[in-house]
Design a binder for this molecule. Structure first.
Ligand code: GAP
Length: 513
């Protein structure tokens, strides 16, 4: 655990030190769970967004984009169920006066059981050496099976109680498990009560003419209310999808773990409209498609897993998370939800407008069913960033910090470095930069010894360093240094564009899907 904490602390401090993520309004001591993306962070975030957009919109003839407003008519949130049901179950500890999400306290308890399973596996792996069969051990070891059954039973009971709004049983479960407040160590809990997560605001200048609004807690509703507009104006035929990226806001109670759980964050969502009765097939299809998209980035297959929901949201008939192994353990990265016809039907009811599709093949009108894919951009950022941050022992005994970002996502693709600040080398380096910047985001650095400049670029994840030296003056060649291997090759200036393109080409990365 200490190691996980240390690694996570390194992630947070590296993000700050190298201009990726800052606490919002830091000069005023910051605002909790709100963050700003700095010069490198904004590029990484943009590249992740584009990688998603290309895969989802550009590569699908039947998916189109949308950019709906953050402000929406307040009835939207009544229809969507958010006014009545977008709640978190909260519990206060009477001694520390600290407020917790009751479900998170229980999930943390179960996560500890998972840690115990991992420890058993580690111990057994050491004991049995090469003959160790992990699958078999997990399936047969009594202690492991005990932890597993216990964890599953707890989550099942919690899911049932929350689904039935039986908050007394959620409290009873916390008491039975003897969960203590991490701060006071006491079991002196209040009752569990529901708390709505939406932020309210007002539109209009005068107090009497103003209207109460909410900041959207998900981007999806902007898609639902535009269903007919897009379907008709785009002459879309079912099955088809509408995708959008944008800000969402939630008054999260357990706002912790850096950009994992924020109060203002960005989502990348796609609603796929299908014929009723076919939703299960599409749900399975999108689960696999989205996992493949994640795997294409090469962060390691072992770092992803599906988690099927026991407790379904009010709108879903099936739901799963793609979980990622963050520095603090496996947690939700993306949700895939089979949302039935709940949203469109409900908007029909509340607006009095038809939100139906005429299916020419069936010769009938119906309200389409929806399969949704929803991934947090900030969570993607954290997944990519934390996985990429590595410390490496070098042969000469020193260590280097290297951010092995997938090259396609790197904020800067190449840094151009004149070996010295004289003899015409800076001029050639500037010329190379001016040429390459039409195609790639590039950086120029002439300060300090070249070794230190390499390290700075390693730390921000730049895949290539191009060094202009005295030989360049003679034969128009430069050295190109590869971030991951630190290998250096001598190449012609005229070859640089193709070499870089080969590594950062979106097509090449997405083709791995
Ligand atoms: N439209 C469906 C929806 O919003 P969700 O599971 O509540 O579903 C989808 O959210 C994704 O949005 C999550 O998988 C996560 O990546 C991201 N997300 C949700 N709440 C977040 C928060 N407070 N901070 C950062 N990302 C968040």
């Amino acid at each position: 655990m200490a190691n996980q904490d240390d690694q996570f602390k390194k992630v947070v401090s590296h993000a700050k030190e190298y201009g990726f993520v800052f606490q919002s309004s830091e000069i005023y001591d910051g605002l909790s769970a709100v963050y700003d993306y700095a010069q490198n962070g904004v590029e990484l975030k943009k590249n992740i967004r584009e990688y998603w957009w290309k895969a989802m919109v550009q590569m699908h003839e039947n998916i189109v984009g949308l950019d709906a407003a953050i402000f929406m008519h307040p009835t939207t949130w009544k229809a969507s169920g958010h006014v009545d049901a977008f709640n978190d179950p909260l519990i206060d500890n009477k001694d520390s006066k600290k407020r917790y999400r009751a479900d998170v306290l229980i999930e943390d308890y179960v996560a500890k059981l998972d840690d115990k399973i991992e420890k058993e596996v580690e111990k057994a792996a050491k004991r049995f050496g090469d003959t160790f069969d992990k699958e078999q051990f997990l399936a047969t070891n009594e202690r492991v099976l005990g932890y597993k059954t216990k964890g599953e039973a707890i989550l099942k009971r919690m899911g049932k109680s929350l689904g039935e709004e039986n908050l007394a049983d959620v409290k009873a479960l916390i008491e039975e498990l003897e969960i203590v407040c991490p701060l006071s160590g006491s079991k002196n809990w209040t009752e569990v009560k529901q708390f709505n997560l939406m932020f309210g605001t007002k539109i209009g200048a005068s107090a009497d003419a103003s209207m109460d609004l909410y900041l959207r807690p998900e981007t999806a509703q902007g898609i639902f209310v535009n269903f007919s507009n897009v379907q008709k104006s785009g002459r879309m035929k079912i099955p088809f999808g509408i995708a959008q990226t944008g800000k969402a806001f939630r008054n999260e109670i357990v706002a912790r773990q850096f950009i994992f759980r924020m109060r203002e964050f960005e989502q990348m969502e796609m609603q796929f409209f299908v014929r009723p009765g076919t939703q299960k097939e599409w749900y399975e299809e999108w689960k696999q498609a989205r996992l493949k998209w994640h795997l294409s980035l090469g962060l390691g297959k072992e770092n992803y897993r599906f988690h099927d929901h026991d407790k379904l949201a009010h709108y879903a008939d099936a739901a799963a998370d793609i979980e990622f192994k963050f520095p603090f353990g496996f947690k939700e990265l993306e949700g895939i939800h089979s949302r039935t016809d709940f949203d469109l039907s409900s908007h029909e009811k509340f607006s009095g407008k038809k939100l139906q599709y005429f299916d020419p093949e069936l010769n009938e009108h119906y309200v389409p069913y929806v399969v949704e894919t929803s991934v947090g951009l900030d969570r993607m950022f954290l997944a990519v960033f934390s996985n990429s941050l590595q410390e490496e022992e070098l042969e000469n005994g020193t260590t280097r910090t290297v951010l092995r970002l997938p090259a396609v996502l790197a904020p800067t693709k190449a840094a151009i470095l004149p070996l010295v600040k004289k003899d015409g080398l800076p001029e050639i380096a500037s010329k190379i930069m001016d040429d390459l910047k039409w195609d790639f985001s590039v950086d120029y650095d002439e300060k300090d010894a070249v070794g230190r400049r390499y390290r700075r670029q390693d730390a921000v994840g730049t895949p290539f360093c191009i060094t202009v030296d005295h030989e360049t003056l003679e034969n128009d060649t430069v050295t190109i240094r590869y971030r991951d291997t630190m290998a250096q090759n001598r190449v012609k200036i005229s070859e640089l564009r193709d070499i870089i393109k080969e590594e950062v080409d979106v097509k090449k990365w997405l083709m791995k899907m």
